[in-house]
Design a binder for this molecule. Sequence first.
Ligand SMILES: [Zn+2]
Length: 219
Amino acid sequence: MSLLEEEEDMPPPSPLGASRPPGRRPTREEAEAAVRVLIEWAGDDPDREGLQGTPGRVVRAYEEFFRGYEIDPVDLLQRTFAEVEGYDEMVVLKDIRFESHCEHHLAPIIGRAHVAYLPSGRVVGISKLARLVEVYAKRLQIQEKMTAQIANTLDEVLRPKGVGVVIEAAHQCMTTRGVHKPGVTMVTSRLLGCFRDDPSTRREFLAMIGATGSVPPNV
Ligand SMILES: [Zn+2]
């Protein structure tokens, strides 16, 4: 998202697990027709040879870009493991690369997420943390919302002692349009429980993801 615009109409956070809003989903033909209109709006001819297959390709790409709406993130984490042999140290998965799209311009957001929690009896398979990031990334997003959704879902399902999520990402709506500021990375974080309240837990988390101060390093 552009930091200089659109801040006034920040939507309320959607409830956990919410996916596609109610209402009729357009047909594939309707979606392809909409892409044709955008090609014409750009100033080109959707019937010229090089563009004839483009609406179909764009619609298929959208199915991949936005497949996160098909998956309930709470369901995804449901299978937890209670038998952890008393393990009560921090679990950290860092440098989870993701691709998302900003909900203001449909432009790519490319970044890395670091996800951590301090278990309270229950853990989840480590690949599930990466899948959780993926489910929220493959939706229309703003980075702040995505950060909070990942942290809140982990907190709700695992009920751990604390959760830490840091996301560093570059927004192509800032690099290819608008203010044209390449190389700018946005950092967002959501700390819950002991990650928020206990400075030593917070320090340990930031050290594990390679950040020494309150602000993690840029991508
Ligand atoms: Zn944007």
